[in-house]
Every structure is written in structure tokens, then in C-alpha cells.
Design a protein around this ligand. Structure first.
Ligand code: ZN
Length: 97
């Protein structure tokens, strides 16, 4: 069981949430100038890391907010969580590997 700390509701079981995707993907800055390869990479290509991973979760059975979660994929430990606009310490963890 994963306990996700929703910024509005507090800690809740992950059953109340729906996984909403990889939060490390960045949309092409200039969509009109992006190549098909840029769009393919943004839409379809995903890493499957073991360890810290930045994800979006949707609090479907709660406040319906999107939450950005830094989760260890091996242990399911939630390392940090916040609003989608928050900067979580993901880059610091990546550099420390
Ligand atoms: Zn919530």
C-alpha cells in the first residue's frame, strides 16, 4: 500500500488515486517547430527506472487534484510530494546515483 500525501487532503491510500503519468517528460517548447521524432519521444518513449521516479497521480476519489510524487519504484516509498508546479528534489537524487 502506498500512502500519498495529497497537498489538500493529507496522506491517503493510493487506491484513491489514479496514476497519471511520468512527470519528467517536457513538452516541446515550440510545438510548431518540433519534429515528428520530438513528438514521438514526448508522447511514447518512457524510461522504466529502478529507484526514484517523478510521477503524476490524480486524486480521483478525493479532491481531484493532480499531485506530483517522487516515489522509489523498488520500495514504493514516497520520497516527496507536492503540487504539479512544485520543484521536487528529483535532480538532486539523479545526480547522487
Ligand atoms: Zn486530495
Amino acid at each position: 500500500m502506498i500512502r500519498i500525501p495529497c497537498p489538500y487532503c493529507g496522506p491517503r491510500d493510493h487506491d484513491e488515486f489514479s496514476y497519471a503519468g511520468d512527470a519528467t517528460k517536457v513538452r516541446p517548447a515550440d510545438p510548431a517547430a518540433a519534429t515528428p521524432e520530438d513528438w514521438h519521444r514526448y508522447v511514447y518513449l518512457r524510461d522504466n527506472p529502478r529507484g526514484a521516479h517523478l510521477e503524476y497521480w490524480h486524486h480521483v476519489q478525493g479532491c481531484r487534484a493532480y499531485v506530483k510524487v517522487l516515489r522509489d519504484t523498488a520500495t514504493h516509498e514516497v520520497l516527496a510530494a507536492g503540487l504539479p508546479s512544485d520543484d521536487l528534489p528529483f535532480e538532486d537524487l539523479e545526480a547522487g546515483r
